[in-house]
Write a protein that binds this ligand. Structure first.
Ligand code: SF4
Ligand code: SF4
Length: 554
């Protein structure tokens, strides 16, 4: 195996024996083969699109399958094997549509050369395992070509996750699906460095468009997030804990638990569900339990009730844990031995009755903390406060905004983000989104004239809100360039959605982003030079030095 897609990769080079995340070699190889099969679909899909033939179910499937390969999403080899089979079947149907369309348009049969990804075939898991060994990341020998191809594919995984969430709520765009196919197909061809860099930038543009689409989907379905105090203590009823990012699952779970005597709590990246008006009206929506994803072995244990994983991050259950019979997966998540709740039938809802019945037999959650945290500062809410914010900047009450959005992770080095939050001058405001916030959202950092010093926009995809806020501030101050704002980016990353967000920021022209705890292993020294030259990306260093530099606008 070779996997270097996340920040915790071995030695910041690549996992080669077993993932630092716990991913076994066989699972990693099968995921490589799934991506290879998707490239086969993309090769025909791109050609078909050039003829004006595009079927949304191709893009939707590619998005789902890419999503399943994101870190900590799916640990179930049987599911991945099923997806490979489905991909090969879909590839043949896309091929048939393309060949028929070609013949019809050109009056002759297609006779061009095709990459192996478009023609290989196997039907049994043993053959999959053999093929998988030959199609991994290291099959691209040139380090810089590999780096640019993987930067594209890894960013695309993030785009795929956000596109999938939007599609679940009924929002899809052909352009997004078309780019997915263009990007995947491009990795099967020899391209120039400029062409590959261009595709990486187009991935950033697509990430912006996809996050905008998801923002539209979420706010259309559930209203605009509002400033909200979220309870982090517990009640005396049994509960269900819901984690991940899927708001449709949240909606259906709240509806089905209403009146059952079972409370619902969020965990990890589902915390921002507490900010949506549509969910606030449920009296049994009790608040948030615990912190970011990597604390789940302890927190799922003490929660005592069923846990629903709607997306990442699900991490391996330890020997001493007892919650395997209480954890349920759904959507693209999977875990061997856990019950998987199937997709909703057309026009219907998922069936959470098994979980609810189990919850009724469970003890209430054990209290691990008490109090409240505040969030809900997505674009609409912050823009409602825009006059106040602009006045505070003009008067000097707010000297600088620091975007500390992104991910949390296990490494001790991530205490950097807590220390920066604690040591930043009191006239600074932290803008956040994603699970990075758990490094400082329970600290009392105060407010500036009623504006809290930590403004949480929501999930990692809500970084879109942060970009809209920055663009509006630029407008309010009559500036030409976002980089002239009193705004610094100090971003923590972990998995592939964060890479999509990073590419989105680069596409929007943001320069001087600090990134940590380490720079991505999939960026080769040459590609890093390009990123430094074009965008002045830099690694985080020490809190004091970085704070001093950021306050000086560097
Ligand atoms: S997802 Fe991260 S930790 Fe897991 S195998 Fe890949 S690089 Fe390693
Ligand atoms: S914030 Fe980062 S780690 Fe958390 S879910 Fe989003 S991308 Fe993953």
């Amino acid at each position: 195996m070779f996997c270097f897609q996340c920040q915790e990769t071995a030695k910041n080079q690549g996992c080669t024996v077993k993932g630092m995340c716990g991913k076994p070699e066989e699972t990693a190889n099968l995921q490589d083969l799934l991506i290879y099969a998707l490239k086969g679909i993309a090769i025909y899909g791109e050609k078909a699109a050039e003829l004006g033939i595009l079927d949304r179910k191709w893009g939707k499937f590619i998005a789902e399958a890419l999503f399943s390969t994101i870190t900590n999403v799916n640990w179930d080899d049987e599911r991945i094997i099923g997806l490979i089979k489905e991909a090969l079947k879909m590839r043949e149907s896309v091929k048939d549509r393309f060949l028929a369309g070609y013949r019809e348009k050109k009056g002759t049969a297609f006779s061009g050369e095709l990459h192996d990804a478009a023609v290989w075939f196997a039907d049994d898991p043993a053959a999959f395992k053999e093929k998988a060994k030959k199609v991994g990341i290291l099959a691209t020998e040139n380090e810089d070509v590999r780096s640019l191809r993987e930067l594209l594919v890894i960013g695309l995984k993030g785009v795929a996750a956000y596109a999938d969430h939007a599609a679940i709520l009924g929002f899809e765009k052909d352009d997004i699906y078309r780019f997915m196919m263009e990007a995947l197909a491009s990795t099967t061809r020899d391209l120039s460095v400029d062409e590959m860099v261009g595709l990486v930038m187009k991935c950033g543009e697509t990430a912006v468009n996809t996050m905008a689409l998801l923002d539209e989907a979420n706010t259309t379905a559930y209203g605009h997030p509002e400033i909200t105090e979220v309870n982090i203590g517990v009640r005396s009823n049994p509960g269900i804990l819901i984690s991940g990012h899927d708001l449709k699952d949240m909606e259906e779970l709240l509806k089905q638990t209403d009146g059952t005597g079972v409370d619902v709590y969020t965990h990890g990246e589902m915390l921002p569900a507490n900010y949506y008006p549509a969910f606030k009206r449920y009296g049994h929506f009790a608040g948030n339990y615990g912190g970011s994803w990597w604390h789940q072995n302890e927190e799922f244990e003490s929660f005592n009730g069923p846990i629903l994983m709607t997306t990442n991050c699900i991490i391996p259950i330890k020997k001493e844990n007892t919650y395997l019979n209480r954890i349920f997966t759904t959507g693209m998540t999977g875990y061997p031995g856990a019950v998987h709740i199937p997709d909703r039938p057309a026009g219907g809802a998922k069936d959470f009755s098994q979980m609810i019945a189990l919850a009724r037999t469970c003890k209430p959650p054990t209290e691990i903390e008490t109090g409240k945290i505040v969030g809900g500062f997505a674009r609409n809410q912050v823009l409602a406060l825009a006059d106040k914010v602009v006045a505070a900047v003009k008067s000097g009450a707010i000297r600088r905004f620091i975007v500390m959005a992104g991910c949390d992770g296990r490494h001790k080095t991530r205490t950097y983000f807590t220390q920066v939050a604690q040591r930043l001058p009191k006239d600074t405001v932290i803008l956040t989104a994603g699970c990075a916030k758990y490094r400082y959202n329970k600290l009392d950092l105060g407010d500036i004239g009623g504006i809290p010093r930590v403004l949480d926009a929501g999930q990692c995809n809500d970084c879109y809100s942060l970009a809209v806020i920055a663009l509006k501030l630029k407008e309010a101050f009559g500036l030409n360039d976002i980089n002239e704002l009193p705004l610094s980016f100090d971003v923590g990353w972990y998995e592939q959605k964060a890479v999509a967000v990073l590419l989105a920021l680069l596409f929007l022209g943001v320069k001087g982003i600090r990134l940590g705890p380490t720079l991505p292993a999939f960026v080769s020294p040459t590609v890093l030079n390009v990123l430094v030259e074009k965008f002045n990306i830099k690694p985080i260093t020490e809190p004091e030095a970085d704070i001093e530099a950021m306050m000086a606008g560097r």
